[in-house]
Design a protein around this ligand. Sequence first.
Ligand SMILES: *Cc1c(COP(=O)(O)O)cnc(C)c1O
Length: 427
Amino acid sequence: MNHFEPIDGELSCESVPLREIAQSVGTPVYVYSSATLERHYGVLRDALRQEGLKGEHGGDALIAFAVKANSNLAVLKTLARLGAGADTVSEGEIRRALAAGIPANRIVFSGVGKTAEELAFALKVGVSEINVESEPEMHLASNIAQSLGTRAVIAIRVNPDVSAGGHAKIATGKADNKFGVSFSEAERLYAQASNNAGLKPVGVTCHIGSQITDLAPMSAAFSKMKGLVQRLRGEGHSVERLDLGGGLGVPYFHQPTPPSPADYARMIARTMTGLDIAYSFEPGRMIAANAGVLVAEVLHIHERPEGRKFAVLDAAMNDLIRPAMYDAYHDIKPVRVRPGSPEMYDVVGPICETGDTFTRERELPPLAPGDLIAFMSAGAYGAVMSSEYNSRLLVPEVLVQGDQYAVVRPRPTYEDMLARDRLPDWL
Ligand SMILES: *Cc1c(COP(=O)(O)O)cnc(C)c1O
């Protein structure tokens, strides 16, 4: 469910017509709905509560929003106010989470390639846990912690070697992916870490991929994680936390309907029966995807003699790269539907690359130059992956709450863009 519905025939975000935002901020523009962000967070929190999946000290499980899905400070703060933590993969993301008011003890630091500087930063601010992905990284964390006179609180990221479906570029849970260590290695590393003055191992973690629409591979992976926790405990180790990652899919239309958060929580409770542990989760897409749209204007309708019709937009692959990068499907809705029978369009951006195609042969209501359209489900992995390719200005972001909206990242000016480059003395 989301809060993008027509009001008086005009697609709106909560109570604000998208046309109004497009007119005042210009297009292309990302628009996010606070109510949808809040709803998705709340639905997951309630589902976990319902199934008795608790966090530390008997409180709610930690829902650490995957900042890489949408790192806008206003989005993070909206979630922070509900008690969200943050799953981060760089110093920049840790800084964003802190700036949005997420306390360090709710910030998880993940990622395959953390640098020494980033680890030192994470230790200094006191993040809740560093999810280590390899033996060399674990030793680096230990050395840095010892040089800072502290211990790194770590969880070992395991690669459960399951295939979870989804696009190959976002599958992370097979043994040939770069993520995490095997179960036997995890046991060895946990034992090592327990005897290391720079480390405090507190748990284990996994994340098997993104846009997962089938609970079976998740359940298989989680059941293996349970076995690992039990073996580690059997060896006398204390294992307090289990971080089950993110990855739950969202409905992008024309795709398998993903399980609901309630189904997901029920599956976990069933898989983990009898295990007493503090749970944490790292959802990105399921919180943010359907909470955002990209609004663009139709510049031209270009008809080829052979009959193909191209709707050329003012948005391009640099603003929303998912279709080009992951063959992703985004539902496209005209902000105001014109009367008339639907037609087939190739919806494209202006960049001189065939990859700058959002969709081919999509049946849409008739479009004309000047019409506004919305790419639905663009709140995750949208603006965060945008660039200035073709020296197009970085796309702005707007947050709506009820009948109000605010620009939460303005479009830069051309002067801003040019001012970031420097000319060397010899030119
Ligand atoms: C990307 C990522 C997530 C979030 O994935 P979603 O599919 O957006 O839920 C969570 N944890 C880790 C380690 C990730 O890399």
